[in-house]
Design a binder for this molecule. Structure first.
Ligand code: UFG
Length: 335
């Protein structure tokens, strides 16, 4: 039996494939390589000593998924594939809804046909919207989003809840990620943003590498200890292990459950800048800039439910995240 990782050559998918292979699960990856490279499969093999089965294709394409399910015995699906750039989603919302929703529907239909009953979904803390009630708990009622990307996560959560309610055999686990950073300790897999990075850590590593000349800190007048935005940064390897825990949980439960995957600790933008400087003995030039539209002041997770029910807890420190992000940036694979 194999676990299908859609988007398995991407940032979070590739780290999860590694952790699954490390606990002796067989992994099948489907990825259209629109935001990643086929060589990630080779690197996963170098890290783990095992090669995942790989298909290049679009998850929304029924013929592709028919081929994958008919050629492999798929026990569970972890669905990472999707468009994920917040700013771009505002420019081309229809493409985001078409791509992210279609792939989910195709998967659900194909899974039903082949008797596969476990679905783990990459959701996001973005569904907590602009609420200021931190820490965010999974039972929060006032969900909402500030951009089409976020709404695709919100809508897919709803589709999966409805599918689980209608099918007593189906097990759905919705994982709401906070801010994944860091990279594998081998330096062989990590996050490779397209063009100018939108997210904080890839921007910082590119400033450190001399690719950008300074960081713009978006706002210093938020109601936070130093006025800059506070987020819950989680090491991508911890996040990947959270998926292994979610898979194990799904083998014993049906219905739909949602879990936050975060550390429960909030760090400000300036905390991250200073931690990065300290962990790697270098300086990050920065300037205070206006707030970025759509940003909230503070976002961090309640981790109680994941700890209690999944038996999973993030273990790596902010220093690990800063060190591993920089190692990845310095290596040849991030180029
Ligand atoms: N920031 C800067 N300068 C930059 C980039 C970011 O100051 O160049 C600040 C932001 O204003 C924010 C913090 O750094 O305060 C983190 O910003 P990111 O863009 O790294 O992350 P976000 O919290 O905005 O968004 C991330 C993911 C989304 C996801 C969301 C969930 O990018 O996909 O977390 O909360 F939906």
């Amino acid at each position: 039996m194999s676990i299908l990782c859609t988007g398995g050559t991407g940032f979070i998918g590739s780290h999860t494939a590694v952790e699954l292979l490390c606990v002796n699960q067989d992994v099948v990856i489907v990825d259209d390589l629109s935001n990643s490279s086929a060589s990630v499969v080779d690197r996963i093999e170098v890290i783990t000593g095992k090669r995942p089965v790989f298909y290049k294709g679009d998850v929304a394409d029924k013929a592709v998924m028919e081929k994958v399910f008919s050629e492999n015995s798929i026990d569970a699906v972890i669905h990472f594939a999707g468009f994920k750039a917040v700013g771009e989603s505002v420019q081309i919302p229809v493409a985001y809804y078409r791509n992210n929703l279609d792939s989910t529907l195709t998967l659900l239909e194909t899974m039903k046909k082949y008797g596969c009953h476990r679905f783990i979904f990459s959701s996001s803390a973005t569904v907590y919207g602009t609420s200021d009630k931190v820490p965010f708990t999974e039972d929060a009622k006032e969900l909402g989003c500030t951009n089409p990307y976020g709404w695709t996560k919100f809508m897919i959560e709803q589709i999966l809840k409805d599918a689980a309610a209608a099918d007593p055999e189906l097990s759905v686990v919705l994982l709401r990620y906070f801010n994944p950073i860091g990279a594998h300790a081998s330096g062989m897999i990590g996050e490779k943003p397209n063009g100018i990075p939108n997210n904080l850590m890839p921007y910082i590593t590119q400033v450190a590498a001399g690719i950008r000349d300074h960081l713009s800190v978006f706002g210093d007048d938020y109601p936070t200890p130093d006025g800059t935005g506070v987020r819950d940064y989680i090491h991508v390897v911890d996040l990947a292990k959270g998926h292994v825990a979610a898979y194990n949980y799904s083998t014993e439960h049906t219905g739909c459950e949602v879990f936050n995957l975060g550390t429960g600790i909030g760090y400000s933008v300036l905390d991250i800048v200073h931690a990065f400087e300290e962990a790697n003995s270098l300086k990050i030039p920065y300037e205070i800039a206006p707030r970025r539209a759509g940003d909230i002041a503070t976002c961090y997770a309640s981790t109680e439910k994941a700890e209690k029910v999944l038996g999973w807890k993030a273990e790596l420190s902010l220093q690990d995240m800063c060190r591993d992000s920089w190692r990845w940036q310095c290596g040849k694979w991030s180029k």
